[in-house]
Design a protein around this ligand. Sequence first.
Ligand SMILES: [Zn+2]
Length: 244
Amino acid sequence: MLKNIEGVVISETPFKENSKILNILTKEGIIGVASKGCKNIKSPLRLISSKLVYAEFTIYHNSDRLSTLKEGHILNEFTNIRTDASLIPYSVYIYLTDLVRQVFTQSPEPLIYDLYISTIKKIESGLNPIVMMNILEIKLLDFLGCPIELNACAKCGSNKNIVTIDPDIGGYICKNCYTNEPIYDEKTRKMLRMYYLVDIDTIKELKIKEYVIANINNFMTSYYDRYTGIYIHSKKFLDQTINY
Ligand SMILES: [Zn+2]
C-alpha cells in the first residue's frame, strides 16, 4: 500500500551494497524504511536518505515487514540552522531530535511531534535556539511524567512568599522551607513559567535578558539530569558549544 508520511530521518544504517535503512520520526511513531540504491550517485533517493532530513516521504507501507521508500521531497532544508557559524542551532537540532526520539519511545503522542517540528521551524526563522530548546524541554516533561512544580512550594504546598526554584527539589521553594538553595530571581521564575505556558506557534520574537536565558538553561540541564533519567550524548557537545 502506498502511503505519504511527513517526518524527520532520525537514523540511517548501511544496508546491502548501495542501500540504507532509515528510521523516520513521524506523528504516528517511528517508521523503518529501506531506501534501496540510495547510495548510488544518480539515485533520486540520495538526498532525502540522510539523518536530519525533514521531508514528505512516499513509502510502500508494509506492516509485517520493512517498508520501502519510493520517493520524497524535502519540506524545509533548515539552511539557516545548518549554516550558522556558531554551530549552536545545528547542535540544538541534533540534540532535540535525539531527545524527542527518546521521549517518543516512552510516550508515543502525536503532539510531541508537532511541538518538535514547531520548535525547529522557529529556530530556523532566527529565534534564539537555546530559548526554543528550553521551551520544548519544559513542555516534554509532561510526557515524561515529571513536570516542574510551578504553582506552589514543592516542599509544603504554600503559594505564598516564594523565594526561589530548585532543580533538585523539583519546583518553587517558599521562605519557610528555604535552606540554602541557589537563588533564581523572580524574573527567571516568571520566564520559566512563560516557557511552560506559551504556545510555540504564536512566538514572533523573544525579548529575554541574557542572564535569564542562561539561568533557565542551567536550571533545565540540572532538572533533566535529576528527574528524567534520560542521557543524550549530543547534549554534552551542545553544552560545550554554548559555553555559558
Ligand atoms: Zn514551603
